[in-house]
Design a protein around this ligand. Structure first.
Ligand SMILES: NC(=O)c1ccc[n+]([C@@H]2O[C@H](COP(=O)([O-])OP(=O)(O)OC[C@H]3O[C@@H](n4cnc5c(N)ncnc54)[C@H](OP(=O)(O)O)[C@@H]3O)[C@@H](O)[C@H]2O)c1
Length: 267
């Protein structure tokens, strides 16, 4: 299927590495010019250079902290100047798992508020700033990256779940606000996804548990129905489809892309 992404333009937040970078790569390979954003300029520039060389598309890094409204508004304005128009926004910037974790007595309000500010309000800020570009042109796609902790409480990790559950409602709200102007908004929940961070993380877990890296990986893989760890590039296929004109039948929805993780059924 031709996703009809050739010539479209996209902004991907949190794309100097990990899932965001994989999504930016897939969109560029599909024919989009892309602005990627993150806080650290060195990593961002490296990623932009790598992706533009690899894909032959315009891939430009613009630094921004999505916890800051002025930063987001400047980044979106600069992106519009660089790209000429904004067709697609992929909201992804956040620390995976969040920073608020541990026993109840030790949970800090500031950590929880930081997590919500980055992932829930940060996504809202970016959507609000791109909204006028998309509604004026009568077309747009917003894809929010959540996490399967929205559905499965994750032990001591408090804000992972509450922020991802919050994104379900935010996504529906945005789809209703922007839908009449031709903009769809959807949410993709990754499960445990293989990124550049996975190798060192699994090595550390293997060391702590006194088992091999292969055993750690097998345990992670056993948590989903396909018994394999989803790669960031495979998650990016799902996002590219939702970012494309072909996904017009879907809006305000939640798509789990965790290889069939969890026991619950949703209807
Ligand atoms: N990997 C997984 O298994 C997994 C599972 C479920 C959900 N997720 C979700 O998927 C998304 C990406 O995760 P990942 O594993 O790819 O993370 P990652 O490798 O840590 O990458 C995070 C990216 O976001 C940027 N970033 C973080 N905070 C930011 C902010 N306030 N403003 C702008 N950029 C910011 C980082 O760059 P700077 O630090 O330079 O800003 C980096 O580019 C997150 O929303 C995460 O919760 C991931």
């Amino acid at each position: 299927m031709d996703l009809e992404l050739e010539g479209k333009t996209a902004i991907v937040t949190g794309a100097s590495r990990g899932i965001g970078k994989a999504v930016a790569r897939e969109l560029a390979l599909s024919g989009c010019d892309v602005v990627i954003c993150a806080r650290r300029p060195e990593d961002l520039e490296l990623a932009a250079r790598e992706l533009s060389q690899e894909t032959g598309r315009k891939v430009v890094g613009i630094t921004a902290d999505t916890t800051s409204t002025p930063d987001v508004e400047r980044m979106i304005q600069e992106a519009a100047n660089v790209l000429g128009r904004i067709d697609i926004l992929v909201n992804n910037a956040a620390a995976p798992g969040g920073i608020a974790r541990g026993p109840l007595a030790s949970i800090s309000d500031d950590d929880v508020l930081d997590d919500l500010n980055t992932k829930v309000v940060g996504y809202l800020r970016c959507a609000r700033a791109v909204g006028p570009y998309m509604t004026d042109q009568g077309w747009g796609r917003i894809v929010n990256i959540g996490g399967l902790s929205a559905r499965n409480a994750n032990g001591a990790n408090v804000s992972a779940g509450i922020r991802n559950a919050g994104l379900v409602n935010l996504t529906k709200y945005l789809s209703q606000q922007l839908g009449p102007s031709g903009v769809t908004v959807n949410l993709v929940h990754p499960g445990a996804t293989r990124t550049e961070r996975s190798g060192p993380m699994y090595e550390e877990q293997a060391r702590q548990q006194g088992i091999s890296v292969e055993e750690v990986e097998a345990r992670v893989a056993a948590n989903n129905a396909t018994n394999r760890i989803v790669d960031a590039s495979e998650l990016a296929y799902v996002v590219a489809f939702l970012a494309s004109p072909r996904s017009i039948a879907i809006s305000g929805e939640v798509i789990a892309a965790g290889g069939g993780s969890g026991q619950a059924v949703y209807h």
